[in-house]
Design a protein. Sequence first.
Length: 117
Amino acid sequence: QVQLVESGGGSVQAGGSLRLSCAASGPTFNTYAMGWFRQAQEKEREFVATIRWIGGTTDYRDSVKGRFTISRDNAKKTVYLQMSSLKPEDTAVYYCSHDTKGAVRSWGRGTQVTVSS
């Protein structure tokens, strides 16, 4: 199974920026897409952004469009999430996801993002 390690979380004031990284290791030859989800306290995990490994097609949840950018480095097997104009409602644990062509999903352990007003 693919292993994912996130980094780059932290605390920032509203309006600030953070960049998350997620490095994949293991059997990544069958990667279809990688992405980011988040889970705020006492809420369900929700989709944030995804990027297809071949072609680079991206998709975002509406509330982050224009503020977040997902990108990837195929050679480094790493996906990034550049977050700008952060809002308190972006506060959550952010999880990296990896999807195979066979629709098997792996998760990272998560990284905390806290945005203060």
